[in-house]
Design a protein around this ligand. Structure first.
Ligand code: NAD
Length: 730
């Protein structure tokens, strides 16, 4: 069965309808290109056909993108020269799209047939690159539709002509944010931006497209006309020159040079703007091939696209019947509980939000009202939607309201006694099928489960702050946690549209276990006299979103003190971080608690805006005359995190390496360009990693010694994805 069908009506308009078999949204695959090419040939060759409409058989969308297997096949097609295979494969695709764009015209732009694209809704990636090759884009007025080129978000860039065409259509300045940030627009905004040509009522979409096709329109693209000038000027024009100075600075400022795709995209735009269109396509192809051959891009696609989606779709879900949540009880309406209530209600789930006092419960609910008001101000929500969402939240102190809940998420104070009391109080009301989840960030799940009636129905669902923004949810299995509890947690996370990882119970679970040593290494270096600016910049230059000192300011220094004290109490003599505590406790004594007190490792102005690093730090911990090499600081910051990820595998906290990578990027922003800590180890090679970290251990202490697993893998020159990839094992 083919994904494309063809019909010619009585007026001589051929309609090519794209309807990918077995998918809710169209996806371009290898056969799809062959079929589309053949149908375009057929329409252009048939004298009875006056013009063509390309549309979708899906009611609300045009196309969602491309099956990335196409890339893999192209790579394999030229034997041991994958770059050649990619280049040739992409050029062949350009030939199809260029055929659409020329519409059968001769060299003098004579003859030819108009080809309109009629999009019912969402058009992403190749799903917009094909329309951009058509002569006119009609979009249905469907406010839910998303239109754009988001490739940069997964480490590539639009390389099927999208970059070259968008820049020529809109100008480099206007196209840059769409290409560099992957910004998506609804149809009306896409029209204002100049991406689509017309927005029409959904039920008139095909009629309007047909009317245009039959109107004998001019179909020559501006860039195929003599004397074409790029909107806003090309790079050698003064206006264009300024664009590129700014864009180049912006890209380097944002990416710190670690994302190959952003640089390649900009080069493609710059170089392509100086040459005729077909040469520009060739340049785009060279850069696209270059990016696709870079391991960073392959890793980002694997973690941020393939594996993230697999986890969201339940790759690690136990085989248990559907556990979709109908009514959730959120206990504790503080910072976390308020956010959990909000995202649950947004997902259409009935919420009972409980706190010890009614005004605290009401305050928690008001977080949702404020969130919706902001949405209304930005025209992303309506008053009706706000009422509907608020109507789902019952803020109360009455535990009886929890009757009928099938999931509880407890987010009260971080205290074993308080949590145990709440667990008992809740379970006096809820039925035997209700799953009890705790949002603790530090307390062992197996321990907390002891207060519960049945520890197989007890689980950790660990949200990150702020709940509405952070995409990761860490699900923690206690020793007795059963499959139904895991399935319930996973189905809930799917309902609230976040990405789950499932880990076993251990100190700090997975994310905090890795991020705390990163913060600690930064503070340790301050104590050693490493310049704080070097520490912070080294972190940024390896692609961490926040330096360790900024991060501890954000999460608060007194929280660091609390965690340090609790860890020391639990570990006794084995506690390794005394040197850090000295700095941390001193900062707390100085009243410098981080952003919340407007004073921390950084200074803040009256409005709370972060300023420079605090110079009082240098007075207490003078900067050493001799500073380490940038690379050494970077390796310390990287290995502090990465070794914990390896230990988490060794200790069976991480059961699936995909979760280790996806969780690291979404949970604490681990250098996304690398694809995650385990992908990074594969990229640099386990032998180099073991040798480098062992050298760090000799200089800086045992914490850097390569764990046995890494040592063993280095000796065998193994990769993590070679040895552990569950996708391959499946
Ligand atoms: P918070 O202090 O803002 O909120 C706790 C709320 O629980 C308060 O409103 C309090 O009145 C209420 N409460 C206390 N005892 C209660 C009881 N017996 N019955 C009903 N309500 C009660 O704390 P938070 O930051 O929202 O943290 C809550 C939980 O989430 C903690 O376990 C914490 O470790 C965890 N957590 C926090 C973060 C974070 O960044 N703040 C991140 C992940 C997990």
């Amino acid at each position: 069965m083919t994904d494309f069908s063809y019909a010619v009506d009585a007026d001589g308009v051929a309609t090519i309808t794209w309807d990918t078999v077995g998918k809710s949204m169209n996806v371009m695959n290898e056969q799809g290109f062959i079929d589309l090419d053949a149908l375009i040939d057929k329409a252009l060759a048939d004298d009875a056909v006056k013009g063509v409409i390309l549309t979708s058989g899906k009611p609300d969308s045009f196309a969602g993108g491309m099956d990335l297997n196409i890339i893999a096949k192209m790579k394999e097609s030229a034997g041991d020269d994958p770059a050649r295979g990619l280049f040739d494969g992409i050029m062949a695709t350009h030939a199809i799209l260029r055929k659409i764009e020329r519409g059968g015209m001769d060299d003098k732009n004579k003859g030819g047939k108009p080809i309109a694209c009629a999009m019912q809704g969402t058009a992403l990636g190749i799903g917009l690159e094909i329309p951009l090759a058509c002569h006119r884009i009609f979009a249905a007025d469907n406010p839910k539709a998303k239109i754009g080129l988001p490739e940069i978000m997964v480490g590539i860039f639009p390389g099927m002509g999208g970059t070259t065409r968008l820049v020529r259509k809109m100008g480099a300045m206007a196209a840059s944010p769409l290409l560099l940030e992957g910004k998506l627009n609804d149809p009306k905004k896409a029209k204002m931006a100049g991406i689509v040509d017309e927005v029409v009522p959904a039920d008139e979409l095909l009629a309007k497209a047909k009317e245009w096709v039959l109107s004998e329109p001019s179909i020559v693209k501006p860039w195929d006309e003599k004397g074409y000038k790029m909107p806003g000027g090309a790079p050698y024009h003064p206006a264009g020159f300024m664009t590129f100075v700014g864009a180049s600075a912006m890209v380097n400022g944002k990416t710190k040079g670690v994302y190959p795709a952003a640089k390649a995209l900009l080069s493609s735009v710059y170089e392509g703007a100086m040459v005729p269109f077909d040469t520009a396509l060739k340049i785009e192809t060279r850069w696209f091939t270059n990016v696709l051959m870079n391991p960073s891009s392959a890793n980002m696609i694997r973690s941020l696209f393939i594996n993230k989606e697999a986890l969201e779709k339940g790759a690690v879900r136990p085989d248990v019947p559907d556990q979709k949540v109908q009514k959730v009880g959120v206990i504790g309406a503080g910072m976390m509980g308020a956010g959990i209530a909000l995202i649950s209600a947004l997902a259409g789930i009935e919420v009972v939000l409980i706190d010890a006092k009614q005004d605290a419960a009401d305050k928690g609910k008001s977080y949702t009202a404020d969130y919706m008001d902001k949405g209304i101000a930005r025209k992303k929500a309506t008053e009706e939607k706000k009422e509907q969402v608020l109507g789902l939240i019952n803020a109360t102190t009455d535990y009886d309201a929890l009757k009928g809940c099938d999931l509880i998420v407890e987010a009260v104070f971080e205290d074993v006694g308080v949590k145990a009391e709440v667990t008992k109080k809740v379970q006096a009301v809820t039925g035997p099928d209700c799953i009890f989840a705790t949002n603790t960030s530090t307390l062992p799940i197996t321990e907390l489960a002891k207060a519960s009636k049945d520890s197989s129905d007890f689980i950790g669902i660990h949200f990150f702050s702020p709940v509405d923004k952070m995409m990761l949810v860490e699900i923690i299995k206690g020793q007795q946690t059963g499959d139904r509890a895991v399935a319930k947690a996973l189905d809930y996370v799917r309902q609230i549209k976040k990405t789950p990882i499932v880990v076993n119970d251990a100190r700090f679970f997975y994310a905090n276990r890795c991020i705390i040593p990163y913060i600690n290494e930064g503070i340790r270096m301050v104590k050693e006299g490493v310049a704080p600016a070097l520490i912070e910049n080294a972190a940024k230059l390896i692609g961490m979103p926040l330096g360790p000192l900024q991060l501890v300011d954000e999460t608060s220094i007194d929280l660091g003190v609390k965690i340090a004290k609790a860890t020391k109490a639990a570990m006794g003599d084995a506690y390794p971080d005394g040197a850090i505590d000295e700095v941390l406790f001193w900062m707390a004594d100085e009243g410098r608690l981080g952003r919340k007190s407007n004073a921390g490792f950084y200074d803040y102005d009256d409005k709370g805006k972060r300023q420079l690093l605090w110079d009082g730090l240098a007075a207490k911990y003078p900067t050493a005359a001799e500073q380490p090499e940038l690379h050494e600081v970077q390796n310390r910051l990287l290995f502090a995190q990465v070794l914990e990820a390896v230990r988490a595998i060794e200790e069976d906290v991480l059961m699936d390496i995909r979760e280790g990578d996806v969780g690291a990027i979404l949970g604490w922003g681990f250098a996304p360009w690398s694809g995650g800590p385990l992908s990074w180890l594969d990229m640099v090679g386990t032998p180099w990693a073991a040798e480098t970290t062992n050298a760090l251990a000799e200089k800086h202490g045992k914490r850097f010694e390569a764990p046995a697993l890494l040592q063993e893998m280095a000796a065998k020159n193994q990769t993590f994805y070679g040895r552990f990839d569950p996708a391959k094992a499946a």
